[in-house]
Structure formats: C-alpha cells, structure tokens
Ligand binder design. Sequence first.
Ligand SMILES: [Zn+2]
Length: 282
Amino acid sequence: MRAFAAAGFWDTFRHRLVVTGELVCDTALRVGAGTEALLPSASDLPVVTTGGRPYIPGSSLRGVVRSQVERLVRTLEREPRNGRGACDPLEDTGWCIPRKEMQDLRRKVRERDEGRDDWLAQQVWERSCRVCRIFGSPWLASRVRFSDLFPLGETHPEVRDGVAIDREREAVKNKYDFEVVPAGTRFALEIMAENLGTPAERSLLWLGLQELAEGGVPVGGFKGRGLGRVHLEHLRVRYVDATDREALQAYLVRRDWREAGTEERQEWLNAFFAECGGEAGA
Ligand SMILES: [Zn+2]
C-alpha cells in the first residue's frame, strides 16, 4: 500500500527545517533485546545496538514526540479531521481515515478518467488530522524525519540484574541480567522537516520537542524502576525558506541556515493557537 510521499504535494523544496541538540539521559536507559526493542509501545524509547554500539532508533523518538503532540492537540481541538485535531493512531477505527473509508476512496478513484493520483492525494490530505499531516499515517508520508541517535563519545553499557516475580507463589521465578546505558550518556539529536510551510505546522513539532526538552516525558521500559528519564539540551532550530530567493541562494551557495530564535518560535506558537480558535491562550 502506497502512502502519498513526495508525489504531488511535496515534490518541490519550499521549506526545510533542521533541529539539532543532545538527548541527555537523567537515569539509565535500558538496552532492549530482540523483538521487544523493535516493537516499542508509543511511549517507549528503546536503546538497541549495532555492532555493539548502542543507539536510539529515530523512529522511536519520533513516536514519543508524536504522542506528546497528540495529547496537546486533543486538548485544543476535539474533531480529528480536515487538518484539525489528533486521531488515535493505535486503533484502525480511531484513524482520521479508517481503512474502510480509504477503500471507498480507492473505489471512487477508479471511476475517474484522469488525474487519479492527484485526486486521491487531495482527498487524503483534506481528511487527515493535524498530526497525521505532519507525522504521517498509513496513507500519508511523514514530513518529519528523526535520524537514529548515537552516543557522543565513548559509552560503556552497564549490566544490571533483575528478577521476575512469580505472582502466585510470591517467589522469585528467575533472575536475569540486562544492559543499560548509564545516566549522563548523551545522544546526538537531528531532526529534518520538509515543507512545514506554515508557522503553525512548525510550532507543532516545536511544542512536542519542548515537552521532551524539559524532561516531562517519561520514556522507555522499566519506568517503574526509575529508568528511562531524559531531557534535551543545546536545541537549535534552523531553516531555509526556499520561497525567499535570497535565503535560498545563501543556502545553496554557502549552506547558510536561518536560526529561529526564541522570539520567532514564540510567533509560531501564537500562529498555532490562533488557528485553534485562540481561546486556549497566547
Ligand atoms: Zn490522523
């Protein structure tokens, strides 16, 4: 099944935004093993290894940021559709375009003589919620890409031992070891967003990151054991607005990005709240 990626809407370069920074572990992060690490729940931030080197999959962090954004958007807009609100990506019936509706759209598109892809892309876009439009859905490609996060400098995973309790017999069932990356480990963060063309769209990504930056988002497995707390540092937001010829030239010739400072990011947030009806605050 094909999601509408660069085709149609996004094949032109209009805006590129990059966020860099560091993800700092306040507590140890568990290094997951096997399928458990590859199939995290929405709030999990697993550490996996490649060639013995630990890293956090970018898609996992994107999932964490996305669920923050969903929570925020839901408090402001109830109806998840038509560029508003946040659907529930965990359940098919909660999607802004459920599978059944997509089948109907595909049936309709076959009755058309021409411009099928454009028409379908347009239908998908119009029906998608605010969050899917940025973070993607089964029918729509994400415009935000999180690179895998690798540790800065040397990292030596530590071995901890855990016990599994047999609840019925209230006895220790078995002991097992697991690895963690220690508190204080820093991971390099890089996020690239293509064509977040409006300030409100940019603010949504920023809002999600802000929550994470302040350390308010519990992530990762074994939270009950005090593992998996992180925050972000040295966040920088830079962008190129390709509709501004001078800025585009500076970028193409010298790789000059424009820095979005506190004031500009505040303007993005204001634009977002204005779109949501304004009553939710400035
Ligand atoms: Zn949605």
